[in-house]
Design a binder for this molecule. Structure first.
Ligand SMILES: *Cc1c(COP(=O)(O)O)cnc(C)c1O
Length: 428
């Protein structure tokens, strides 16, 4: 079962949590129990396929609500691409999470969630509306993951002029059951409108659900990456440190859950851009969100990270528990650009702004640990940020086939100014 972080007595099943997205009291859902995986699973992990690992990791959260054979099918469709671990130097690796259909790591969560919803809607006549706010990559991944899914309409809100050209095309050119709403504002405005819609009684009949990482079916499958990294690096027999470029803190929170069910990760680093709410929190334990500021790593331009409350739950909101295994560092755009050049000059590796921030945080934390091995998550393909990557590294990128096919499509969006206009659109 899952409980609402606003009320531990409000318990729902996996299915209910996926369909509702957010609890009726506006709380995020959190698993009631975390069961450690058996030691023989970790002893033999290098012999298991990614699909088997993912199945073992997620099974306890899904329970009996999706039969094992169906869950295995969902996982196999979700993980239909590679997650290569690239060695940059003796003990630093990049885990590339961008080989899916929209070249963003959010493909995994979006594909898993859409297939769970399809399974739950199979014998029902009801329609769900998936409402999602995006600061960049979520929109494209959700649009692709849900395209053509029966019984589900998808409405994506994105901040006008604040996503890259490729990101915008990915979320505005799908058609079918996908609609893009272009909001005159920043990401936080989009996220606030989505939250408001969930609480709006007039919209109850629309069966709204979220496909942001607040939804457990988007959030939890992100655990898989951390298992894949461990599977590859176990043989080095060293302390493992993983750095996640973080915005809403869903990805890193899934990694911490992986640790809580037994995965041997010694330390987590949440690397952020100028949106430094969490690095500031770790100084004095005060959570003081700020309006988001625009940076070159726009998928992390989040001033009030929605998943942080889950991390506070895990660490009992106690700074001394955080400190044992969790750090968070902030980096400016200048540092990010400089590091992209450094990485390229020293290793030949082409990173993009989000990955470079992950690298910066990893390097900083590794100074505190002797004899460790570090992984940073490369969360997007450099082509997604080509306006930054090409001039910074003085290179020309080849356009991958996943991107090529959206480039000549026509953008289609509906401009909205405020919540009332969103509501009118949803009710029409
Ligand atoms: C969404 C995203 C992030 C941040 O992930 P969170 O789970 O929100 O912390 C980082 N990089 C890229 C490219 C993203 O799209």
């Amino acid at each position: 079962m899952f409980f609402s972080l606003n009320n531990k007595n409000h318990l729902v099943t996996f299915q209910q949590a996926v369909i509702q997205g957010l609890a009726p009291d506006n709380g995020l859902y959190f698993p009631e129990k975390l069961t450690t995986l058996p030691q023989d699973f970790f002893d033999a992990i290098e012999n298991l396929s990614n699909e088997e690992i993912a199945f073992q990791a997620i099974k306890q959260f899904v329970g009996a609500e999706i039969p094992e054979n169906e869950l295995k099918k969902i996982i196999s469709e979700t993980l239909s691409f590679d997650f290569p671990l690239i060695k940059l130097d003796e003990n630093v690796f990049s885990l590339e999470l961008f080989h899916g259909p929209t070249m963003a790591f959010k493909d995994v969560g979006a594909r898993f969630m859409s297939r769970c919803l399809t399974y739950f809607n199979k014998n029902k006549n009801q329609k769900n509306t998936v409402l999602v706010a995006t600061s960049g990559d979520t929109g494209g991944a959700v649009a692709s993951g849900f395209l053509g899914v029966k019984g589900v309409d998808v409405v994506i809100l994105y901040p006008s002029g604040k996503v890259s050209d490729i990101q915008e095309r990915q979320l505005t050119t799908m058609g079918q059951n996908i609609t893009a709403l272009e909001v005159n504002g920043v990401f936080d405005d989009c996220q606030d409108m989505v939250k408001k819609a969930f609480l709006d009684k007039d919209l109850k009949y629309k069966n709204l659900t979220s496909a942001n990482s607040i939804n457990i079916a988007r959030w939890l499958p992100q655990m898989f990456y951390f298992f894949f990294a461990y599977k590859e690096l176990k043989k080095l027999n060293k302390k493992l440190i993983i750095s996640c470029p973080s915005g809403n803190f869903g990805n890193i929170c899934a990694g911490i859950i992986a640790k809580k069910i037994g995965l041997p990760i010694a330390h987590f680093v949440a690397s952020t851009n100028a949106n430094d709410t969490i690095p500031r929190f770790l100084v004095d334990g005060k959570y003081e969100p700020k309006p988001s500021v625009a940076t070159i790593s726009n998928a992390m331009d989040v001033g009030n990270p929605s998943n942080f409350i889950r991390i506070q739950e895990i660490y009992n909101n106690d700074l001394s528990e955080f400190e044992k295994e969790f750090s968070s560092y902030t980096f400016s755009d200048e540092e990010t650009l400089f590091e992209m050049q450094n990485i390229f000059a020293n290793t030949g590796y082409i990173s993009e702004p989000h990955g470079a921030i992950g690298y910066l945080g990893l390097k900083k934390e590794m100074q505190n640990h002797a004899d460790c091995v570090g992984v940073f998550l490369e969360t997007a393909h450099p082509i997604k940020f080509l306006d930054t990557v090409e001039p910074t590294l003085n290179i020309t990128l080849d356009i991958p086939k996943q991107i090529e096919h959206v480039l000549n499509k026509q953008k289609k969006s509906i401009k909205i100014l405020n919540y009332d206009e969103l509501k009118v659109f949803l009710i029409k």
